[in-house]
Design a protein around this ligand. Structure first.
Ligand code: SF4
Length: 265
């Protein structure tokens, strides 16, 4: 294995166990993110993300699509982690930054800015100046899947990247906001494996769900929140409104010890 972004052999990064071998060895979030972008462990997703990047959507034909895994975004000492599902084919898979360049991201970043978790409400490309405040955003599956539906096997293959991300964030992590049931189901076993106690029966996903999870070694508490996903299906139908999203973001931010705008901007 070579260093991050160092041109690791294609046979290595295409092996199903590449995430399991590469992720735990990354000493920093920056190096983890660099390693993620090399990954080719899921043949179906690699084929799809690259096909979308070649064929493009007509509106974006002048773009050079990213067409690779999309790493997490935000400071390495974040207190709040927002967990989605996977990058969008013409959003993150085009721009190379999570939730950037699609309608879901428009809704999410506008709400984060209103609450005080982002320096601007707009996210259009990787060099647009967006900065997250005390918050990191990630996804349990780092490549765009067909129809936004990764398989359980793809979720499990990708899991070591999320495992390593949680471990690196652990010293500062105080709250997690999960967008949607897929992320909720993917994240609970990860938190359990990292020492947080998951109540029995398992907490059910729902918008506004909130449960405190304790860990003994090392002693820490994480507040887990649920929100409907910022998908167009939810936001266009009014199932998830900007006010609902701002409310749950603010609650998660307060639980994480972050300061929150008292009056949304
Ligand atoms: S989904 Fe995850 S494990 Fe699969 S190729 Fe993408 S980054 Fe690698």
């Amino acid at each position: 294995m070579s260093g991050p972004g160092g041109g690791t052999a294609p046979s290595e990064v295409s092996a199903p166990d590449w995430p399991r071998r590469a992720a735990p060895a990354a000493p920093t979030s920056a190096e983890l993110d660099a390693r993620v972008t090399e990954c080719r462990a899921c043949p179906r997703l690699v084929e799809w993300r690259e096909k979308v990047a070649r064929e493009k959507r007509a509106a974006f034909r002048d773009w050079e699509y990213w067409g690779r895994p999309v790493p997490g975004l935000g400071p390495p000492d974040a207190r709040l982690l927002v967990v989605g599902l996977a990058p969008a084919a013409h959003g993150g898979n085009r721009t190379g930054r999570i939730f950037t360049g699609d309608r879901s991201g428009d809704v999410l970043f506008a709400a984060m800015h209103a609450v005080g978790l982002a320096n601007q409400p707009i996210a259009v490309h990787r060099d647009d100046g967006l900065r997250l405040i005390g918050t990191r955003i990630t996804a349990p599956v780092k490549c765009a899947p067909p129809e936004n539906k990764p398989t359980p096997a793809e979720r499990d293959t990708c899991r070591p990247w999320l495992d390593a991300e949680i471990e690196l964030l652990r010293p500062t992590l105080r709250a997690v906001l999960v967008l949607g049931g897929f992320g909720w189901q993917a994240l609970l076993p990860v938190l359990a494996d990292h020492g947080w106690t998951i109540p029995r029966p398992r907490p059910r996903f729902g918008h506004g769900a909130h449960v405190e999870l304790a860990s003994v070694r090392p002693a820490s508490t994480v507040h887990l929140f649920g929100s409907y996903h910022v998908s167009q299906q939810n936001t266009f139908t009014g199932r998830l409104t900007p006010a609902m999203l701002e409310e749950v973001l603010a609650a998660a931010a307060r639980a994480a010890g972050l300061s929150v705008n008292s009056h949304p901007v």
